[in-house]
Write a protein that binds this ligand. Sequence first.
Ligand code: TYD
Length: 203
Amino acid sequence: MATGRGRLIVFEGIDGTGKSTQLQWAAIWLHARGYKVATLREPTRGPHGKVLRASAQAGRLTPEDERDLFLKDREWNVRVNLRPSLDAGKVVLLDRYYYSSIAYQGARGLDPQDIRRRNEAIAPRPDLVILLDLPPEIALRRIRDSRGETPNLFENLDYLRRVRALFLALKDPAIVRIDAEPSAEIVWQQVEAVLKSLFPPVK
Ligand code: TYD
């Protein structure tokens, strides 16, 4: 395993798949295995991320403005958080990345290939993408029931069906798709098996 440069692991999927739980468990697991870990998320808490999060509650931007703002937020995250962590040799666990732009902004009618090109011009390619897959009906039920939240403007059924289809259509050797319908513990067994094959214990 390279020591100078870190590794980038991305967690993707529609809302309600349990991404954040799996990411936290992966962080604990990698740390126990001897790796330096950083956890990050997009949209960020930075200047552009704040605007994006507000738009999910208030009223959506045009697809193009949304695409460009996520791109700016990502550029900021890469410069301020991601690159420095990778340069420090850390394993970075990232909750959403440009695959979310391809799927969510693609589902608003923008060309997925074009979104991908714009993003790969500014964003480092991940070593691993864990794509947690779940039917949107179940995802929305989980958001309503277990989190006690009202789904936001990104979260309606027809839209999420298109988002999921675009996630599943992604072609990238770094992507490992995992069925997120079983319990979090069962899903974790799958995630752990993938991580085990890539991250041997640090001596
Ligand atoms: P989410 O991960 O739910 O952030 P938080 O829990 O901090 O509010 O992301 C908010 C929404 O943003 C989510 O529904 C997916 C959407 N999104 C995009 O549409 N494009 C993107 O590039 C990213 C990163 C997220």
